[in-house]
Design a protein around this ligand. Structure first.
Ligand code: FAD
Length: 304
């Protein structure tokens, strides 16, 4: 069957959609990718620091796709620059590979309270290294996963004092042994079995410290890891001027009216599919690549 003339719009130029585009363009579809950033790559471009993972592989893929005829519409946010409804009118299918990029800030606010993905964006994309160097000296990164490790390793390259606060012990930490070792090599300190309770702000709303509670491990929870339990009377004050929460991200479909996850990649809106972290929840590159290809196949099958 020929798919000539069938038009697919993709939202997001992350690894999932780039790999879906590769499958669809090879089958003869017309593919247009809309991306709010200036460069393709998704979290590889905005989140993962180049010192840890060179970005050349994703730049190469994007170039190959552009050469093969995929239309890249950069600096174009769907829901702001172009409406979702316009895509639905113009295209036969829409694939949302928007990632899981909304961060958990636990309802806290303060000057010097900057969530992990925002911090990485400031450094990787906006190159605000000098600004951070001038403004901050003592940073606390709150969390124990990939994102937390990238934040602390990035900050340790520009600030004199950086520590990770993690509420469980090293054995339960989601970050890999290599990441922990690499962080220690650049001087990051690790405080296990501790948790941030709240921020301490000065009269101008600027962070001047945190209250930290000491924890102990109780019974395993639903994740199979032992549950951290606060030790009564253990709260103490810790001085710092930058606090980076890096605990969990989620997906936001609010720019895409009516869209919710369905039973397959097909969402609750006809002809609209979801892939990558937006479909699976925050995962990894391998999972995003595989899922992009699977979503593309589901779109192909929908025309048969
Ligand atoms: C800091 C960090 C470190 C990581 N480290 C690793 C690692 O070491 N190894 C590993 O395997 N995985 C790692 N991951 C996970 C991996 O990067 C992701 O699983 C993967 O990038 C998900 O791909 P995706 O295409 O689904 O979404 P993303 O890569 O998140 O891409 C989504 C894209 O959609 C765009 N977008 C969103 N909304 C709109 C809109 N309305 N209009 C236009 N564009 C939009 C975004 O700008 C973004 O470019 C890490 C992730 C982060 C954040």
């Amino acid at each position: 069957m020929s798919f000539e003339g069938k038009k697919i719009a993709m939202v997001g130029a992350g690894p999932a959609n780039l790999n879906a585009a590769k499958v669809l363009i090879a089958e003869g579809f017309t593919v247009d990718i809309y991306e709010k950033e200036a460069e393709a790559g998704g979290a590889v471009y905005t989140g993962i620091p180049a010192f840890r993972m060179p970005h050349a592989f994703i730049e190469k893929l994007a170039k190959e796709l552009a050469d093969a005829g995929v239309g890249f519409h950069m600096n174009t946010e769907i829901g702001k620059d172009i409406s979702f409804e316009e895509l639905l009118e113009k295209y036969d299918r829409v694939l949302l590979g928007i990632g899981a990029q909304v961060e958990n800030k636990f309802g806290m606010e303060g000057d010097g309270y900057i969530a992990g993905l925002t911090l990485l964006y400031d450094l990787n994309v906006l190159k605000k290294h000098e600004e951070y160097k001038e403004k901050y000296h003592k940073a606390v990164v709150w969390g124990g996963g990939n994102v937390a490790m990238d934040c602390s390793a990035s900050l340790a390259r520009i600030l004199p004092d950086v520590r990770i606060i993690y509420r469980r012990s090293e054995a339960e930490m989601p970050a890999s042994k290599k990441e922990i070792k690499d962080n220690m090599a650049v001087g990051v300190k690790f405080e296990y079995l501790e948790n941030i309770k709240d921020l301490i702000l000065d009269e101008n709303g600027k962070v001047k410290g945190v209250h930290i509670a000491k924890m102990e491990l109780g019974e395993p929870d639903s994740s199979g890891r032992r549950r951290p339990v606060e030790i009564p009377g253990s709260i103490y004050e810790f001085e710092c001027d930058l606090v980076v929460p890096a605990i969990g991200q989620y997906v936001d479909f609010s720019a895409f009216k009516g869209v919710e996850k369905g039973g397959t990649h097909l969402s609750t809106v006809p002809n609209v599919y979801i892939t990558g972290d937006a479909y699976l929840g925050p995962k990894n590159l391998g999972a995003a690549v595989k899922d992009g290809k699977e979503a593309a196949q589901e779109i192909i099958d929908s025309f048969r």
